[in-house]
Design a protein around this ligand. Structure first.
Ligand SMILES: [Fe+2]
Length: 151
């Protein structure tokens, strides 16, 4: 399967989320090339990074009282559950299971990002969250950063 790499077209206009997603895809790419001997250690680090990213997104949702929080959180929980269930087997040497996980994650990410994360970015924009982060007189930057600009 071909690796999914970050593209500026994936940007949601929420720096915190965009940086986390860019980092996640880079980490997945590296992990695919990780030797079996060190794979589990990096698999655990990946799961920790994903969990931190999810918590960060969920904190943003809580800040704006986002109505989609339960469904979004459920999607996050399903991924974390899969990774946590796979972890003991990967730790005991089933590296192939870990490699299947990291092969499936980018496809999940693309769908999740285009639906759940995009909806969150739009809600953050409507809530004024993004406008607070942009300089007051920089309309072009705000327009470029706005997730609505992609419609
Ligand atoms: Fe998300």
């Amino acid at each position: 399967m071909q690796a999914v790499t970050w593209s500026s077209r994936m940007a949601l206009g929420v720096p915190q989320m965009d940086q986390a997603h860019q980092s996640l895809l880079a980490r997945l790419g590296k992990l695919a090339a990780e030797p079996d001997e060190t794979f589990h250690e990096q698999f655990v680090a990946l799961a920790q990074a994903i969990e931190a990213d999810f918590k960060s997104e969920e904190a943003l949702m809580e800040q704006i009282d986002f109505p989609g929080l339960p469904a979004h959180r459920e999607q996050h929980a399903r991924v974390l559950s899969a990774l946590h269930h796979a972890d003991p087997q990967v730790a005991q040497g089933d590296i192939q299971l870990g490699r299947i996980c990291i092969e499936l994650l980018p496809q999940w990410f693309l769908v999740h990002q285009a639906t759940m994360d995009h909806a969150l970015a739009v809600a953050l924009d409507f809530a004024g969250h993004l406008r607070q982060a942009a300089p007051a007189n920089d309309k072009a930057s705000r327009r470029a950063a706005s997730p609505r600009a992609s419609f």
